[in-house]
Design a protein around this ligand. Structure first.
Ligand SMILES: NC(=O)c1ccc[n+]([C@@H]2O[C@H](COP(=O)([O-])OP(=O)(O)OC[C@H]3O[C@@H](n4cnc5c(N)ncnc54)[C@H](OP(=O)(O)O)[C@@H]3O)[C@@H](O)[C@H]2O)c1
Length: 356
């Protein structure tokens, strides 16, 4: 007898933890029968997190040789790691750079005929076709079993371009897009990699600068578009939010009111009149899903500026993991319910803030 639709999340870090929680909360509406998750390290300080996820309805999987360590710490695994993979309908890998690709080679390829689909997150370039909900939905075909959910800043840049520069039938109206990704040092859930002062990044890609423009270029390439984009990046000594400065040169005339209207009219975009990252972040804490804003960007309306009647410049904030989480859940639904996923994910729409 079938076990029903099982979504298995590998990793319980910054992105895995809230993703497991959201899947549990919306399980019924999404038509998911079971949520399972793999925890890598048996750590005492992670015990409340694991217990919290189990309490919300998810089932724990660990490696066989670590089972007794988890049990000694008071965490009761239900499945062995590979058994959980084998049982799954869909797998969402949320592990650090390189691990998703390693897991693909070691485990996922082995079960690719039985499992409906696999996803990995932002830093797993090469895992599969790139995807961001609302950006390149039509590029995903039933043949695409391995999907690379693009990073949070790629989602943000992609939705700026989509809103202002992509016309009907994916007409490319972008002459040139320049972006400065002003990144937070680390997430509030992390203690490692904080920095004492602003730290600038180098331009590793000769043509496009940092990987942010490279990723957005490849995301739009799945639609057959060739974007002229360039990005730079720096990190600030803050834990709050990523911020992006954008400059989009368009091949049509636009004014501030029209640009603002386009942002307001995009349901995946939140607008705000606030200019401080902490105020946006704290709105997410109070009104988001367990503190997460799931919109793809937060546009700061008072910074929208137009020069030469065709160049839109401004600032926005990146809801750092929320946008990737929403794309991950949407893609899971596409794998499980290829015919009515659009209807099913409507249960998530009330979680979009629209105004912050
Ligand atoms: N952080 C964000 O805001 C964000 C946003 C969008 C996309 N992403 C992307 O999401 C991915 C994960 O990032 P993250 O920030 O969530 O990382 P993270 O907080 O460091 O969490 C990584 C998780 O992977 C687990 N793990 C580590 N080594 C593993 C292994 N060998 N096998 C299986 N699991 C292992 C860890 O488990 P233990 O703790 O149990 O060891 C931990 O739960 C990256 O590709 C990142 O680019 C992150």
């Amino acid at each position: 007898m079938s076990d029903g639709n099982i979504v298995h999340v590998v990793g319980t870090g910054t992105i895995g933890e809230p993703l497991i929680g959201l899947l549990c909360d919306a399980k019924e509406d999404l038509g998911i029968d079971e949520v399972t998750f793999y925890k890598h390290s048996p750590v005492l300080t992670d015990r409340p997190k694991v217990r919290g996820l189990v309490k919300r309805g998810a089932n724990l999987a660990v490696r066989e040789d670590k089972t007794s360590e988890f049990q000694e710490l008071g965490m009761e695994p239900m499945y062995e790691a590979e058994e959980a993979i084998k049982r799954a309908t869909v797998i969402i890998d949320c592990t650090p750079k390189g691990t998703g690709l390693m897991n693909k080679e070691k485990y996922y390829n082995k079960y690719k005929n039985k499992i409906k689909g696999f996803m990995a997150q932002g830093s797993e370039f090469g895992f599969g076709k790139m995807y961001a909900v609302g950006i390149n939905d039509e590029a995903i075909t039933p043949k695409d079993k391995f999907i690379h959910i693009v990073s949070c800043n790629t989602h943000n840049i992609a939705v700026l371009i989509k809103t202002l520069a992509i016309g009907e039938k994916n007409k490319n109206n972008l002459k040139e897009g320049r972006f400065l990704c002003i990144r937070r040092a680390n997430d509030i859930s992390q203690v490692k990699s904080y920095i004492p002062s602003p730290q600038v990044g180098s331009h590793k890609d000769q043509k496009m600068g940092t990987h942010h423009a490279v990723d957005v270029f490849h995301l739009y390439k799945t639609l057959g578009l060739d974007l002229n984009v360039f990005s730079s990046a720096l990190k600030l000594n803050t834990q709050y939010m990523h911020c992006i400065w954008y400059d989009l040169k368009l091949d049509y005339k636009i004014n501030i009111e029209e640009a603002t209207r386009k942002f307001i009219d995009n349901p995946r975009v939140a607008v705000s009149y606030k200019k401080d990252a902490n105020l946006i972040f704290s709105f997410g804490r109070d009104h988001g899903h367990y503190g997460r804003l799931l919109d793809q960007t937060v546009i700061v309306v008072p910074t929208i500026h137009v020069v030469n009647n065709n160049e839109v410049i401004g600032f926005c904030f990146t809801p750092q993991d929320g946008n990737s989480i929403l794309s991950s859940v949407t893609m899971a639904e596409r794998f499980i319910y290829p015919n009515d996923w659009e209807e099913r994910i409507k249960c998530l729409w009330p979680l979009l803030s629209q105004e912050v």
